[in-house]
Design a protein around this ligand. Structure first.
Ligand code: AMP
Length: 251
């Protein structure tokens, strides 16, 4: 597996082979690896990026303490047979600084839900994913349904800017209790983990209008939203400093 840290090296590596690409922020878990396996089944070669993107975090959010473990992640990706790991520096992604206006804007799918609570978020996501697409030039890109609204925002961006990239959504990887795997689960204490595992159960079993109360009664500290859109029930709730999201198909 090649590891490259700048666009020029990436251009040298890029061939005519059909390239399937998985963007991540690292701290890889089985959810990310399931995307990698899907990418391997779709492309002739596979690239993964790891970049903790400053523009999608608000100043009070967890950018500084977001888990970073590049060597460990690289070993996992190598074991999966990934061809290329792109781990750009912030300078590569934002040569004129993070305040430079974004070349891409989020569309309608970004309205409501996450945006009501993290207004900066999808602007930062399309800013970095658009730039990463420009660097990597994939034929196919894989995104997890875990971040369901994000998947819709990316699909809309690719269409709106006519980027000619096939976007593939990957099913949510869960632990044995149904908790969606997330890099942020590493922040949870054992007690908090037990509560976190109720999120998927409540989204599945409790009507949307009653779910926020059920989450609070189960031990969540705050509920940002539980809502239905795109044939899914989507929810976001807090356990202490940790914000969890999940979604399920409406039954
Ligand atoms: P992140 O590193 O959190 O930005 O996630 C990178 C990609 O992995 C995104 O497309 C996520 O939706 C996807 N992802 C993260 N966790 C999961 C999961 N549990 N199941 C499926 N996809 C996931």
């Amino acid at each position: 597996m090649e590891i490259v840290r700048n666009k020029a090296a990436l251009d040298d590596w890029r061939s005519d082979e059909k390239l399937a690409y998985v963007p991540t922020m690292g701290a890889l878990h089985d959810g990310h690896l399931s995307l990698v396996r899907l990418a391997k089944s779709k492309g002739e070669c596979v690239a993964v990026s790891i970049f903790v993107n400053p523009t999608q975090f608000a100043p009070h959010e967890d950018f500084d303490r977001y888990p970073r473990q590049l060597d460990h992640d690289a070993a996992l990706l190598k074991a999966e047979g990934v061809d290329l790991l792109y781990a750009p520096t912030a300078q590569q992604m934002y040569p004129k600084g993070v305040d430079e206006p974004s070349p891409y804007q989020a569309g309608e799918a970004a309205q409501g839900l996450e945006t009501d609570f993290r207004p900066h978020f999808f602007g930062g996501v399309v800013n970095v994913v658009g730039r990463l697409f420009d660097h990597v030039k994939p034929d196919i890109a894989i995104f997890g349904e875990k971040d369901y609204q994000q998947l819709q925002v990316i699909r809309e961006m690719v269409e709106q800017y006519d980027l000619g990239i096939e976007i593939v959504g990957a099913p949510i990887a869960r632990d044995e209790y149904g908790l969606a795997l997330s890099s942020r689960n590493a922040y949870l204490s054992p007690d908090a983990l037990e509560i976190a595992r109720k999120l998927n159960v409540i989204l599945r079993d409790v009507p949307v209008s009653d779910a926020p109360q059920a989450l609070l009664e189960s031990g969540f500290d705050k509920v940002d939203y539980v809502a239905q859109r795109w044939g899914r029930v989507l929810g976001a709730a807090w356990l202490g400093e940790v914000r969890l999201i999940d979604n399920l198909a409406v039954r």
